[in-house]
Design a protein around this ligand. Sequence first.
Ligand SMILES: *Cc1c(COP(=O)(O)O)cnc(C)c1O
Length: 843
Amino acid sequence: MRALRRFSVRAQLPAALAPLQDLATNLRWTWHGPTQDLFASVDEAAWRASGGDPVRLLGEVSPTRLSELAADAGFVGRVGEIADDLREYLSGPRWYQGREGLPAGVGYFSMEFGVSEVLPNYSGGLGILAGDHLKAASDLGVPLIAVGLLYRSGYFRQSLSLDGWQQETYPALDPQGLPLHLLADSGGAPILVHVAMPEGRVLRARVWVASVGRVPLLLLDADIEDNDADLRSITDRLYGGDAEHRIRQEILVGIGGVRAVRAYCQVTGHAAPEVFHTNEGHAGFLGLERMRELVTSAGLDIDQALAAVRAGTVFTTHTPVPAGIDRFPLGLVQHYFSGDLLPGIETDRVLALGREPDPDMFNMAHMGLRLAQRSNGVSQLHGEVSRGMFSSLWGGFDAPEVPIGSVTNGVHGPTWTAREIAGMTAGAAAAGAGPELFGVSDALLWEMRGTLRSRLVNEVRRRVRASWLERGASEPELGWTERIFDPGVLTIGFARRVPTYKRLTLMLRDPERLKALLLDPERPVQLVIAGKSHPADESGKRLIQQMVHFADDPAVRHRIVFLPDYDMSMARYLYWGCDVWLNNPLRPLEACGTSGMKSALNGGLNLSVRDGWWDELYDGRNGWAIPTADGVDDPDRRDDIEANALYDLLTSQVAPLFYDRGADGVPDRWTALVRHTLATLSPKVQASRMVMDYVNDWYAPAAAAARVVASDGYAGAKELANFRARLDAAWPSVRVAEVDASGAADTPVLGAPMTVRATVDLGGLAATDVLVQAVVGRADDHDELTGTVVEPMTHVGGSGGADRFEATMPLPHAGVLGYTVRVLPANELLASPVELGKVVLPA
Ligand SMILES: *Cc1c(COP(=O)(O)O)cnc(C)c1O
């Protein structure tokens, strides 16, 4: 008989073991080896059977075993020690504590969170990054409150048909069996968040709380009886469904999410966030709800509320791929926002915030940028690409001036580093091994890499066998799976989602050449490949099928495998065990990429196109850069060129280095690269570095700006709104009337002083309302300026439509120069004079 529904019941632990409950439900165990060891020692077999899930383990271990452990003084002692350690971790001061000027709380909103495979609430890189952000914030003591949705079926599980076609299943999760507890009021009643839907309906959601070390992760769940059936399904799946399904999810996470944060702070006394971080556009409606709060309770008008909200908002954009940007038909947004959803916020104002060049579409990234005073991309190159991509929001400025910065992503070291490596580097550091781990011998490094490679080989065999059983093969046919892969062969990994730009099948461009590499009698390579295609992406599924067909060939199947169901539980084996991590996206479409960072933490060498993070951190000694044919427009030709470059690198550099062994069997030149990677790249790719960057350069200034606009009854917000209104009225009349220069014309020598003068009609604005700048640079044949130097000009007199400004500066270049003058808004409450996208140049 099949059960209609499943539910979990937690075991009653003997009093002596009670702390195990906290150790199991706080997700700190996911990056804390001693806690994992403790759970494994409860019952090795049950631990393995649970897939390393303490909540499941405690539900399944027998009462006899529990009483046995409760009577074991040694075990009880260890439980006590580790529980004390957790308590100390949760309450003691950390990096953040005692620093000045930082926000008392930060809200971090994301559509997905990949904290652990026991809480499968993510699809790929964006979610894992969010999970790593929380863990690093916890380690550093950043008072973050994270907000997302709890999906009944998470993302799909992937398997393969006999013919290599992706199959999707959606196993339902039971929240009772997950490391979560319900947010409840002081009387113990679950708190429900309410959000108005069109036609007078109400959507209700309960709030589950996951404890990620010190950081609470609030997950909203609409699947409750109080909701109409169609509303219950809002939180059924991640990235499934149509635009309507999606906008409902985004309304819930953004607007319901802020309400959940308020409830959480009220119940727990957690400091209210002073800064809200919107991780990608999906959760951007959070800014509208915060505006509503201010309109309803602080008596601000919409413009004042916007000024107040923007000051304390940070927006991070994560993709330059147009298909990755969230957009809705305008009518759909209108439908949802014209009812009771946000009283006091006029629908037209909402629509204007998401306006884009296509008048029928609402763009969540554009709204994110307009609702945040500070925004960033996720690598230096992605910052640059984003400044170009979104430059239409700052018309009149050259792309380099667009106010979108960058914070390069990082990965959580304690989560992704193999224990052997972490132990070795910590030991070496303690022994004063120096910057390049000089105290660690090549032989030890090589042995360590071999251990990790062997572990991966076992995992590959296990998974290939399981996959074939699912594809319909029978046990007796699968003897060969025990002999695939070889712990001594150069192992290359390629695992990531399968959107077209990541080019899963680039390596198949010349199948014979790939085959020759795999089967080389002296210097073979083996390739492990994994990745899910979005269920609606047929072309992605075709790429997977192509890959699977190639790997199914008995001639090569011992050297190349496609492992279905890429997730965190598989990923760690790949990052630990692969010698080389391959990445060949279509440059510059990879915003950052983080899998290569995780490989590097374990001494894997990256072999990658110089895109995302690799563009800034490749140094010639930590791996290889695959040359790209940037600018070649014919995609086939570009793929040919880049695939050839990849084969050439593998044949002429990667494989020879790996197989060039000394008398002791150690490849010294290879281990030198591994050593250099561990010593110099690991520190730079840490999520702790990323979170410190956010705290210092984004959260702290945002908190300061938010305090300034909020103080004195929101006087700053009112002033800023007033300033913007005056600007809007006056701007069309602002005019640069006259410009001339002296000094330089008579003595055109590099470095000579040049004085620029301008007469400006300020259209009724005060001289202090504007920043007038002289801009000097090289002038090309079309008078376009490059290599510009900008000098603020001083107000030297005049009034009534003829204000005079002047600046003196040294000539910055030899050759043909040009200059101009421009007028920008100036107000100390702006993060930069470019922020409002307003500029006047001479006619
Ligand atoms: C790190 C990771 C990703 C993201 O990898 P990219 O290189 O950014 O594509 C996706 N899925 C899993 C399971 C990961 O661990």
